[in-house]
Design a protein around this ligand. Structure first.
Ligand code: ATP
Ligand code: MG
Length: 496
């Protein structure tokens, strides 16, 4: 839910210099206008409605940022000087429905003609520094509210109904420069709500932006503050990061800035040298490459972004550091790392409060990711192939992608051989499935019905008639009882 859970704070921050009120180029103004139009009836009606009640209203945050980036926005966030109770009064009779789950945080949700809107009251100073729960104090000034937002690119607003663009902290310039900067001092901002550290890397992955140097430094110094943030809030940001166009970038930043150690400590631990010659073919780099390759395959095979697949790709080898053993002749082994890895995966994802099915699906994929390597050049029997498909169940397509992606060798011939052999198992699985469908096909009349139609007792004639009807069924597809009966009679007249 937007806007609801972040604490108001930052009383000490100095406000950066004012930038001109409407610095938009023609194209940007067109984007803002399009946003306002697409949010009809928001702009026309709701803006007028608030203004007729002497209250302010503005589009804010994500939708304004996304319109200027030419991206589609997830939701329509609005901000107002009206307190929630007043918002409820104003929209009474106008909104198709209203929900108030976020009302303690100042948010009223509305639905109007299929559009979903969230109206949040301006935040202002005052908070309780000891409390982990944000304490909401309402304000009367939009700029005070914008100062409390996480990044300057999220601190732009468009006043309604007049469509006035407001950007007190240079968000538009930062948007152009593709940089995440906090409206006030980053230390104060992260101190107020350490989740913003995670949000920074999430937006970096989602928007392809860089962290301003002072933001990166504050994030690095304060990463341990994430310990006080609820697992659910961290999970939501991690989910958005993983589903973004470039999760690798987000994960790398998390590792570089020491954030990963507090969120997914198993990931930085994969930075291993796998032999005594310090050859840096480490498991961490490999995992990131597998993640990238899995994302390519996900798209090539026509899927949208999938959390289970992507988490499995990132985590498939997390059992390696624990199981690493050096054997004679400089050989390194990781016996049963898929089993150990699956159990580590389960623990970590459960601690992050991922839904139960996500936890178990990702763990299943991790535990199965090596299974195919027994396949060799196709030595498996049909029953082994069937068992492979059955053990993967609904996850089979993700297992196909994960196993194919898990080949990062630079040796082209080796890679091609592996891909061919995987083509082979996929083909065999499809054939077996088709065969099983065929095996399930029955004639349109059963043995009893055949006996009735032909007026015969059980015996070889029934078997013959059964085979005839089965052939007919395979040849022509399903028939009605009547059709099958007359076909059987015609056959009997000729053959019996
Ligand atoms: P998206 O909806 O695409 O995930 P968003 O920017 O809309 O991105 P939300 O989580 O919906 O993000 O939050 C809406 C707005 O509320 C943000 O743009 C930002 O201005 C503000 N915001 C949200 N969470 C925080 C926070 N933890 N600290 C400060 N401001 C926040
Ligand atoms: Mg949003």
């Amino acid at each position: 839910m937007p806007n609801t859970e972040f604490p108001s704070e930052n009383t000490t921050a100095e406000r950066p210099q004012h930038v001109p009120r409407d610095p938009l180029t023609g194209v940007q103004r067109a984007a803002v206008t399009a946003l306002v139009d697409s949010a009809q009836p928001v702009s026309g009606q709701l803006g007028d409605l608030f203004s007729s009640h002497d209250q302010q209203l503005a589009l804010v945050g994500g939708p304004v940022r996304d319109a200027l980036l030419g991206r589609e926005s997830a939701d329509i966030d609005l901000t107002t000087d009206a307190v929630p109770q007043r918002v409820l009064e104003i929209v009474d009779g106008w909104a198709d429905s209203v929900w108030t789950v976020g009302i303690d945080f100042g948010t009223v949700g509305l639905r109007k003609r299929g559009l979903q809107l969230e109206v949040t009251t301006y935040r202002s100073e005052s908070y309780s520094p000891k409390s982990r729960k944000p304490e909401v104090a309402y304000g009367t000034d939009i700029e005070d509210d914008l100062l409390r937002r996480d990044f300057t690119v999220n601190a732009m607003a468009v006043r309604l109904p007049q469509v006035e663009f407001i950007d007190p902290f240079g968000g538009l310039a930062d948007l152009k420069a593709k940089v995440l900067r906090t409206p006030g001092r980053p230390e104060d901002s992260f101190d107020d709500d350490p989740l913003r550290i995670m949000r920074a890397v999430r937006f970096a992955a989602q928007l392809g932006f860089a962290l301003a140097p002072e933001v990166a430094e504050a994030a690095r110094n304060m990463a341990d503050r994430l310990a006080i943030v609820s697992a659910e809030r961290i999970r939501d940001e991690l989910t958005k990061l993983m589903l973004s166009p470039n999760p690798r970038r987000g994960i790398e930043l998390m590792v570089e800035l020491g954030i990963a150690g507090h969120v997914l400590p198993e990931v930085p631990r994969m930075q291993l040298e796998i032999d005594e010659h310090h050859r840096h073919k480490d498991v961490y780099e490999h995992s990131l490459t597998v993640l990238d390759q899995a994302i390519d395959l996900e798209r090539e095979r026509g899927h949208g972004p999938d959390l289970v697949l992507r988490l499995a790709a990132l985590l498939h080898d997390i059992g390696k550091p624990k199981t690493r053993a050096f054997e004679s002749g400089n050989r390194v082994t990781f016996h049963h790392h898929e089993v150990v890895g699956a159990s580590m995966t389960r623990k970590r994802l459960a601690a992050l409060r991922f839904p139960k099915d996500v936890v178990s699906d990702v763990a299943t994929l991790v535990s199965l990711h090596l299974r195919f390597h027994g396949y060799g050049k196709g030595e498996w029997t049909d029953s082994a192939v069937r068992r492979y498909a059955r053990d993967a169940g609904d996850l089979l397509e993700w297992l196909h992608i994960l196993t194919r992606a898990d080949c990062t060798t630079r040796n082209r011939r080796k890679a091609a051989a592996l891909a061919r052999s995987y083509d082979d198992i996929e083909r065999r699985i499809a054939e077996l499935a088709e065969q099983e469908e065929l095996d399930r096909i029955r004639p349109d009349l059963d043995g009893n019905e055949i006996q009735e139609v032909l007026g015969v007792k059980p015996g070889p004639v029934v078997g013959k008639a059964y085979r005839f009807l089965l052939e007919l069924r395979l040849e022509n597809g399903p028939m009605s009882k009547e059709e099958a009966t007359s076909a059987l009679r015609a056959w009997a007249a000729e053959h019996l």
